[in-house]
Design a protein around this ligand. Structure first.
Ligand code: NI
Length: 166
């Protein structure tokens, strides 16, 4: 099963639509958002996804009550979301809580850990755990960021592909 992974969309409305097009074309069956959606009314744009979406809050998602009220099609979690899909143990967290993502990776309890926050896409394997940061939809955060990206994770092979956005 293919799962779209996205993070730090930070109100980038046009890029969100681009990401949705890719996820719909690639027929992902779920999208996981690793936080920093920012405004509830921009998160509402995810309603054109052809699959369910769930995710965690980040450090820039202040109005959690309004997020939940406005976007009842999104399944929001607070700091951590654990899932078991296709025989894989998965967990998502934003990454702003010091050491939390690293601890989840090192715990050895998960097939894959998804996190964001630093806007730098990465795909690493530590032990049996895949650690994926899909990057951001913000074009320029700082010198270290390498453009905009999303990712598609596959439960079949416990691997992922990072997809650059133009
Ligand atoms: Ni953040």
């Amino acid at each position: 099963m293919k799962i779209g992974i996205i993070s730090d969309t930070h109100d980038q409305r046009i890029k969100i639509l681009e990401a949705i097009d890719i996820f719909n074309e690639r027929k992902v069956e779920l999208v996981i958002h690793c936080g920093d959606w920012v405004a509830p009314f921009t998160a509402a744009r995810f309603s054109t996804l052809m699959c369910p979406i769930k995710g965690v809050f980040g450090n820039n998602d202040g109005d959690k009550v309004r997020h939940r009220e406005r976007n009842d099609f999104i399944e929001y979690y607070d700091d951590k979301m654990e899932l078991e899909i296709g025989g894989r143990k998965l967990v998502a967290t934003h990454g702003h809580i010091s050491g939390m993502a690293e601890d989840l990776v090192r715990s050895g309890k998960y097939d894959a850990v998804f996190s964001g926050h630093n806007h730098i896409a990465h795909l690493k394997i530590e032990g049996k755990t895949l650690w994926l940061n899909p990057g951001t939809l913000v074009d320029e955060t700082n010198d270290k960021t390498k453009g905009m990206s999303i990712a598609i994770y596959d439960t079949e092979n416990n691997n992922a592909e990072i997809i650059k956005l133009g």
